[in-house]
Ligand binder design. Structure first.
Ligand SMILES: [Zn+2]
Length: 120
């Protein structure tokens, strides 16, 4: 026979876990949005790099080396940020993303189920 204490404890436990899950889902959605924003910024920077190169070749104008370096640094920074964001999502979802091919593996996987690379 259940005591009131037990019933209350169970109800509290369910409420807590439901709350935690909802928060995780919201967090993951936020992280995914941030990745998309970063990807957009990466594409913009890549496009700018392409335009700079095109103009310098087409018009025989001088390539703005400083701007090129700045854009490359920006892309690298955004790529690194996205790697960290993906790792955070993996943590929240208890899984591992392969660094080589991008396949999603279970958290306890040692090797990638797609390409066989050893996972961190
Ligand atoms: Zn892989």
């Amino acid at each position: 026979m259940k005591t009131w204490e037990e019933v209350l404890f169970k109800a509290k436990e369910v409420a807590t876990s439901a709350g935690r899950k909802a928060k995780d889902v919201a967090d993951v959605a936020k992280l995914k949005l941030k990745i998309l924003e970063n990807e957009k910024a990466i594409n913009t920077a890549m496009e700018a790099l392409g335009h700079l190169l095109y103009d310098s070749r087409k018009e025989s104008a001088e390539l703005n080396e400083e701007l090129v370096q700045e854009l490359i640094a920006q892309v690298d920074e955004l790529e690194t940020a996205n790697e960290q964001l993906r790792a955070e999502i993996d943590n929240a979802c208890s899984r591992k993303t392969c660094g080589a091919c991008g396949a999603v593996n279970d958290a306890d996987a040692t090797y990638c189920n797609k390409c066989g690379k050893e996972l961190d």
